[in-house]
Write a protein that binds this ligand. Structure first.
Ligand code: ADP
Length: 267
């Protein structure tokens, strides 16, 4: 532990009191260190697409654009890298919002309709990869939740389930509830996750080897960190079950209580 002290000096009539107060500030230092690490990693990740964009643009301007095939090829890379840059900036902003303690606005939500709409938003991405999207949420499911927050969570889980799937596979969203919590599951038939990666998936910027190198799937490595931080902020939990080559199931559980309906999360 790291300690900070402050001295309080009081005079009561002719008596002097000196109190020494000691604070355990290790948590504050840990948060600081996390913020420093985050900034360092974020800058590093942001530099990669910027370097590519400027490198390919300069090469084109230096004469390479006279060859039409090279021109098209390089412009495609510049376009992809700009998309990557945009995703990174969006995710970094989201993390900074979460850190600032975004207030939650819970409202009653018809979950079936909500999930349908979100899945429809991914239909073209799924079609290109020949993946079927299935909404198994019961028609009568109503939950109290911040819809923007749930959107963000579903977007990240569903887009991962599509990205790390196989052609002909499926992504299914399921719902269940009991007295104390309700849960959503995103089930995919994809590549699965190695045991050694599972414990690190929710770290900021962590990507399993396959996604970074072999598979060349685009991503920021922040999606699951964002999901976990959002779920944590309302006292929920997230867990994963996965088998290599068979698929993964991500489960998010939300507590059912009065607090979660009016919770203002300030950190
Ligand atoms: P990314 O932007 O790389 O998708 P995420 O934080 O969303 O970042 O996910 C972190 C890593 O977890 C991914 O790079 C991938 O290796 C792994 N992953 C996430 N979801 C799945 C999934 N449904 N199936 C297999 N691997 C996954």
């Amino acid at each position: 532990s790291t300690w900070d002290t402050s001295v309080v000096y009081n005079q009561l009539e002719n008596d002097y009191h000196i109190s020494v107060i000691m604070y355990d500030i290790s948590d504050i230092i840990n948060v600081k260190q996390m913020q420093i690490d985050f900034l360092r990693n974020a800058s590093h990740e942001l530099k990669t697409p910027v370097t590519a964009i400027s490198g390919f643009a300069k090469t084109l301007l230096g004469g390479a654009m006279d060859d039409r095939k090279t021109l098209v090829e390089f412009l495609k890379i510049i376009d992809q890298q700009s998309t990557q840059l945009t995703s990174l900036i969006q995710d970094v902003l989201t993390i900074s919002h979460i850190q600032n303690g975004t207030p939650h606005h819970s409202q009653a939500l018809e979950l079936r309709k909500f999930v349908d709409t979100k899945l429809t938003g991914y239909s073209s991405m799924a079609k290109v990869r020949d993946i079927t999207l299935v909404d198994e949420v019961p028609q009568d499911a109503v939950v109290s939740v911040d819809s923007q927050m749930l959107t963000r969570i579903l977007q990240n889980l569903v887009s991962n389930a599509i990205k790390y799937n196989r052609s002909g596979g499926s992504v299914t969203v399921k719902y269940s509830a009991n007295d104390s919590f309700w849960q959503l599951q995103v089930v995919d038939t994809g590549i699965g996750i190695a045991q050694k990666d599972i414990s690190r998936l929710f770290e900021r910027f962590y990507r399993a080897d396959d996604s970074r190198t072999k598979q060349k799937v685009s991503g920021t490595g922040l999606g699951l960190a964002i999901v976990k931080e959002l779920v944590d902020s309302i006292g929920g939990v997230i867990h994963v079950k996965s088998q290599r080559g068979v698929g993964s199931t991500f489960t998010v559980e939300f507590p059912i209580n009065d607090e979660s309906q009016t919770a203002q999360v300030d950190k």
